[in-house]
Design a protein around this ligand. Sequence first.
Ligand code: ZN
Length: 487
Amino acid sequence: MTMACMVAPRLLPRPLHVPWYLDPGNTRSERWFAAADLIDIAAPAERDTSSPEARERLERAATLSADAKTLAAGGTEASALRATTFHLLAAELRREAGAWSLCAENYGALTRHHLSRGKLRPAVAYMRKMLFVTEGASASPDRLEACILAASVYVAVRQVAPARNAASEAAAIAVRLSDADGLAAVDRLLPRISELANACPTGKKPEPCACGSNEGYRACCGVADEVPAEFLVRPAAHGQRSAKVGPRAVTGQAGIDLLMELPGPEGECLNWVGVMVEDGRHSLITLPNWSGRAMRSARIMSKRALLDPGGTDFPSAAVLQVACGIEAFINTVEHFIGRSGPERFGHIRFPDFKAEGEDDPGEAGSTRRRWAGIGIALFGPDWAKEVRLHDLAKLMALRNALLHFKGAHEEWIIPAPVKEQALLDRFKDCFAMRDPPRPWIDRILTPGLATWAVDLGDGLIAAFRHAWHREEVRFEVESRDQDREEA
Ligand SMILES: [Zn+2]
């Protein structure tokens, strides 16, 4: 009987949701959260560790940590790898529950796992987390253990000064705790540190990082010598989700899935926060939802335009905002799909938008071509017939005629040298224009134009999202059928 068969039933009393970045085979990944903002994390004490939810997390983390120990003792590489997943999940639960110091157990095990396999980048990353969560516990056995382990990691990456610091802190704690084993461990480390110091004379050019990359330590494994990002900031949930805790709040989604979400009662979220994890190191970035923001402004401008039937300012602002919204949307689609990983979208080929436009050189790389090309690549050739791409071309032509910059700081809306009649003809069936004699710009910038532009922008984006969901359903049905055939 194999180890896995023996332990599996006991280890999995209930379905275990493993967040994406806890997959030990996945050393580099990113997930996104719909977020109102980022929240500063000052200290773990701010989170309530006595709530039933926190208690449940902590209990689960304790079980997982114990199971991880059993697994690691199992001796096979597969069980050791499984143990790392359990440790990661336990650390995550403990961090989320606000019990940071408890994470030391898990980060210590993860550091040892990677160190013993020569994987120095993750070893340094987990060692830093371990030092971070034991900071301020200057007389605890956990801190002693952390310092001893940190010193050996620093020896492995040939960093003399931090290795010395960690060893002397360990020695001081061992003395205070009268811990003979601790002192012995420090004694075993000291010769290795001196040896290292003699081998790396100071003043020499920094040698490449010990992990085997060609970069220097500071730019490589040493990047982790900072406060781990997941302890500094977290995404503040958007709208309804603030109340929602659970696997989804921890795991996030692929960015493209957030972009494709239909707006809820509170509208589209204003930001997405991306959490990247690479070799145990977390980093966060915020991406404003430019498209959602621009379309929201455009809707406001268009409503204002209706209250000012003779004006031209609100209609021109609405057109510019809609154009921004449509451009930002397709840019974000391309960006998120490009970063979603080849296993999901690798089969999709987007056209080369830098190629020359066939009919109009000004159209090369244009928004209309990008909408058409990306839509067809994702949803098939019929997509171009279903949506108002001809109207999109009109909108962009008008935007290009309206948008001119004068000076470094001012944006002026002035009539560009356009083929006036041709432009007017393009819009003659779209909305009611003002009568001549007036400049073309006054004839065209009407409340009707604003309404038309907003309908176009909202309609295109909604059509894209609906096509996306239709494809997803089709894909699910097909995979289910395929599974049935194979069974
Ligand atoms: Zn390195």
